[in-house]
Design a protein around this ligand. Structure first.
Ligand code: NOJ
Length: 537
């Protein structure tokens, strides 16, 4: 990998990741759905932004019941997105630019159209029957237990399969049957899918609901006090750790520091922390509380404290994420919280952008690996999708709206006659497109670029310790220290300026300000409304 530097610290600790949701990133064939060639065509834009690694959401063969998270062939590219040769070219070009490539791996479930499930469903005696989780009906004909599926919280995590007279388990949609990892052949086959992509040169995997690969073999009911919580948020059993250790050994046996970041969708950071094992399970795990936290200093303080308290003693490396393809974008969430405060629409827009900017500085200066979701670097909000264009069973279309590239009528998404983009484009596309923002040093895009560059030039912001600093109410401050180098990050979560001079930071060199492309050289001690500032001691 010509352009990729080798350092003593694993690259994934220092890297800024950029999540690509391929359907909505960039389209090259005019079918209104993004493709791998579209990603390849924009690699220079991502290198310009300064990110180090791409996580590409699923592009494998799939009937698209869950837009690719229902895989029917783990080892091929869906024709909608391109082909294997196109993927190889994408990896080669990315590596030449120094960009790592991490792909999504969906080990908890397949599509109902995967040949394994087709065979499993063909008869109770089929060779693949035990590759999925089948149970006889209860005496009263009800599902085998009370587990609830994701998305529709009134739906059982089981579907009755009439032809063979048994229920099959699916923690997600009916079209996504859970694999049975108790079956050794499943483990071997899924390990082979990892080898297939590792052999093709990927740098790692984002593992989808990876805590689902172990289930209590007795499949006991969830406790009544957890009623209404999808089972995927509760499934936490010891055998999963053993399975993750085997996966870790497989990955670490490859040269070039391959890695896995797991989606462990459990409710507590303490529980998630256990999935790092003793540096022998996941390399990284997503930490979701900040993604659900409102724009409030005390909530963010708690998120940061929790992450440090749970992960630091294990030597586990934190991750930070503001948005992804499953949740409203953070600027939209902060809009909503501003709206609840009774502000007028223009103020809400201005403030939510200020908040999103300050959040970007936070994301890129906390101790841990940051993940930027495509479009956050433009300050996008969710699209309001009309009822007749909604397509996602989980109601997540808004954050998946295609990315505006330029100020032209189609914003870089020309479609063939009679075709339209698979979802309406993200809002405010005239100003929130890459070309417009690239020409404007005050834009959110330039803020992300500056913040990433500042991070890269300031080792204490990457590898330094992180210690909270007492700060005035409604603000948050923390110190990053590495050797003799110290920076302090200050964030104001409120709509009024705050005097922080009692902290003794006035006069220090300013490295980064969330709302100003040319920060004043010395900190005045006053934090602006919804502003983040990084100072060097
Ligand atoms: C988590 C993924 O991020 C989400 O998009 C998907 O629907 C579920 N896992 C099921 O694969």
């Amino acid at each position: 990998m010509a352009g990729v530097p080798v350092t003593a610290v694993p690259w994934w600790k220092e890297a800024v990741f950029y999540q690509i949701y391929p359907r909505s990133f960039a389209d090259t064939d005019g079918d209104g759905v993004g493709d791998l060639a579209g990603i390849r065509a924009h690699l220079n834009d991502l290198a310009w932004l300064g990110v180090d690694a791409l996580w590409i959401s699923p592009f494998f063969r799939s009937p698209m019941a869950d837009f690719g998270y229902d895989v029917s062939d783990y080892c091929d590219v869906d024709p909608l997105f391109g082909d294997l040769a196109g993927f190889d070219s994408l990896v080669a070009d990315a590596h030449a630019l120094g960009l790592r490539v991490v792909i999504d791996w969906v080990p908890n479930h397949t599509s109902v159209e995967h040949p394994w499930f087709v065979d499993a469903a063909s008869s109770r005696d089929s060779g693949h029957r035990n590759w999925y989780v089948w149970r006889d009906p209860s005496p009263d004909g009800s599902p085998p237990n009370n587990w609830v599926a994701a998305f529709d919280l009134t739906a059982a995590a089981w579907t009755f399969h009439e032809p063979t007279g048994q229920w099959y388990l699916h923690l997600f949609e009916e079209a996504q049957p859970d694999l049975n990892w108790d079956e050794p052949a499943v483990v071997e086959a899924m390990h082979d899918t990892l080898r297939f992509w590792l052999d093709r040169g990927v740098d790692g995997f984002r593992a989808d609901v990876v805590h689902g690969i172990g289930k209590d073999p007795a499949l006991p009911d969830d406790p009544p006090e957890e009623a209404g919580i999808p089972h995927c948020a509760l499934n936490d059993v010891p055998v999963t750790h053993e399975r993750l250790r085997a996966i870790r050994r497989l990955i670490d046996a490859y040269p070039g520091e391959r890695m896995m970041v797991g989606e462990v969708f459990l409710l507590s950071t303490d529980a998630v922390a256990t999935y790092y094992g003793h540096d022998d399970e996941l390399h990284l795990a997503f930490n979701f509380p900040p993604l659900f936290a409102p724009w409030l200093a005390d909530r963010w303080t708690a998120c940061i404290d929790d992450a440090e308290r749970s992960l630091e003693p294990r030597g586990a490396w934190p991750t930070w994420v503001l948005s992804n393809h499953d949740n409203p974008r953070h600027r939209t969430r902060y809009d909503r919280s501003a709206a609840r405060a009774g502000e007028d629409p223009a103020t809400i827009l201005r403030r939510s952008e200020a908040r999103a900017r300050a959040a970007a500085v936070l994301l890129l200066t906390l101790r841990g690996t940051p993940f930027v979701y495509q479009g956050d670097e433009l300050g996008l909000v969710d699209a309001d999708i009309p009822a007749d264009r909604q397509v996602d069973p989980g109601g997540r279309d808004g954050c998946r709206a295609p990315l505006p590239w330029d100020g032209s009528d189609d914003h870089g998404w020309p479609t063939a006659p009679g075709t339209t983009t698979w979802l309406p484009l993200a809002p405010e596309a005239d100003i929130r497109n890459r070309v417009a923002q690239r020409d404007d040093p005050r834009s959110v895009l330039h803020l992300y670029r500056r913040a990433i560059a500042t991070r890269r030039a300031t080792p204490e912001l990457v590898l330094g310790s992180c210690t909270p600093v007492a700060s005035p109410e409604g603000t948050l401050a923390f110190r990053r220290v590495l050797g003799d180098a110290t920076c302090t990050v200050l964030v104001n979560f409120g709509g009024d300026p705050v005097d922080t001079t009692p902290l003794g930071l006035a006069g220090l060199e300013v490295l980064l300000v969330s709302d100003d492309p040319a920060p004043v050289a010395r900190f005045s001690g006053v934090l602006g409304a919804d502003q983040a500032v990084v100072v060097r001691h």
